[in-house]
Ligand binder design. Structure first.
Ligand code: ZN
Length: 291
């Protein structure tokens, strides 16, 4: 069984029909979809990703990655890449993913994508979408929505009460204070996207004292070495398979290549039991995926 717990619903890049075909072909049984938060983006050059990965692994050079990131955000909160502006949506469209959960309940589940910044109705939005079967957790993106994670406290408190896990793409410094989140809400399941980018090794080490902190292995924000080091450091019971599709690894036909990240996990020197936990067991348990 394979569960992709981090994929983007982006029919402008990968149609639902094509996605279903690719999932069947790859043997991915379940996918937890994230509502779109941005205009479709061009591919990030691998050179730049490799540079960012290397610099982010050390606290000494991490501020360089942060400075590059700040240069890509406009005053209005959009992304500026190679001379073009790409919109970041203040309010991701949860209805689109709820509709996918309703149309394909055995294939798709969904993350409720919320943005607490300048949003007095964020708790109402949580109540609205959690009532839809298959909407299994909350997604936060303080990195691109550009807020300090402490403003998410009321939302995190409610998620903890409800037993809903939170998938968070951490930002730099106060925009990604995973320790404060996990310690303030010790019963909340926190999953740091992309192996804890941009903190990587520091987060894995900190996780020894933070039992509710987990990571996913999605996206070329990481590579095979980082994935392997992460599993070794944090333990396979706290790692979940995810892709970031349709972003990142492209197949020859221009659609998504499901083999890339899967290969990293298949080649890891771990037991089959650990591999199963990463591919599906941990997601089933933490996200309480409906059967
Ligand atoms: Zn993602």
């Amino acid at each position: 069984m394979v569960v992709d717990m981090h994929a983007h619903f982006e029919p402008r890049m990968l149609s639902t029909q094509r996605m279903l075909e690719k999932l069947d072909e790859a043997g991915v049984e379940r996918v937890v979809l994230i509502p779109s938060m941005n205009d479709p983006l061009p591919e990030t050059p691998e050179r730049l990703l490799a540079f960012a990965r290397k610099l982010a692994r050390s606290a000494v050079t991490r501020p360089i990655v942060e400075a590059i990131h700040r240069l890509t955000l406009t005053q209005e909160g959009d992304l500026r890449l190679r001379g073009r502006t790409y919109g970041i949506y203040d309010r991701p469209d949860n209805a689109s993913v709820a509709a996918m959960c309703e149309a394909h309940p055995s294939r798709f589940a969904g993350w409720i994508f919320l943005n607490p910044r300048n949003n007095p109705t964020v708790l109402d939005e949580l109540e609205r979408w959690r009532s839809v079967p298959g909407m299994v957790g909350v997604k936060l993106h303080p990195h691109w929505h550009d807020y300090r994670t402490d403003i998410a406290a009321p939302l995190l408190r409610r998620a903890e009460e409800l037993g809903l896990p939170v998938l968070v793409h951490l930002g730099f410094r106060a925009r990604g204070d995973y320790r404060a989140i996990c310690e303030r809400f010790p019963k909340l399941t926190v999953i740091a996207a992309h192996a804890g980018f941009p903190f990587f090794d520091d987060l894995w080490k900190a996780a020894r004292d933070i039992p509710n902190l987990h990571i996913d292995l999605s996206s070329p924000y990481l590579d095979e070495t980082i994935a392997r080091d992460a599993v070794k450091a944090i333990g396979s019971e706290r790692v979940l398979y995810g892709t970031d599709a349709p972003y990142g690894f492209h197949a020859n036909d221009g659609s998504y290549d499901y083999r890339a990240i899967r290969g990293w996990i298949e080649r890891m020197n771990i037991t089959d039991r650990d591999r199963d936990a990463i591919f599906a067991g941990n997601a089933g348990r933490l996200l309480r995926l409906p059967g």
